[in-house]
Design a protein around this ligand. Sequence first.
Ligand SMILES: Cc1cc2nc3c(=O)[nH]c(=O)nc-3n(C[C@H](O)[C@H](O)[C@H](O)COP(=O)(O)OP(=O)(O)OC[C@H]3O[C@@H](n4cnc5c(N)ncnc54)[C@H](O)[C@@H]3O)c2cc1C
Length: 151
Amino acid sequence: MLMITERLAPFLGTVVGATSRPLSFKQFENGTVLIGGGVRGVVDTVRHVAETRLDGLAENADTVVSLFPFMQDARIMRTWAGVEAVMQDQIPVIGLSSQHDNVIHAFGFSAHGYQLGPITGEIVADLAMEREPKLPITPFSIQRFQTPCPA
Ligand SMILES: Cc1cc2nc3c(=O)[nH]c(=O)nc-3n(C[C@H](O)[C@H](O)[C@H](O)COP(=O)(O)OP(=O)(O)OC[C@H]3O[C@@H](n4cnc5c(N)ncnc54)[C@H](O)[C@@H]3O)c2cc1C
């Protein structure tokens, strides 16, 4: 889930996270402040949509106010929730299919798909052009989930 505030005077030039509780806190150039950090909403797996959960948003807002007390008066303009794919080991799958020719995997970005988008694009382009990717991608292979055949 995410929340976004009204426009505030500039006060923050970097993204702030917390170690003991979920928080991602950043101010955009237009002054609005984005508050998130992985607090989860409710997912409707049939309709593939997510809905916000007020108690989770309130907890997230409490964290913000405890670290930045002046945020107590900031008004929240919008809240929303999204659905994303999370792998068991929190590491995406990037690489060639082990089952089919001409299939390239790039999924399961586990909360980091925006950051990983540019490098993933480069890797997928290299694989599509049958070039060796510039960085090692073995740890991202789909094969890490293949269970060994019973003896
Ligand atoms: C609230 C929130 C905040 C986030 N913040 C960050 C952040 O700050 N930084 C960051 O790096 N990442 C963040 N993420 C994670 C990021 O959004 C995802 O990792 C990224 O969007 C994954 O990209 P994707 O293309 O793999 O999957 P998606 O973006 O999920 O795209 C998959 C697409 O496939 C479509 N689809 C699904 N099934 C079918 C089907 N059967 N047929 C056709 N189409 C189908 C879906 O509709 C969707 O458009 C955030 C996610 C959420 C929910």
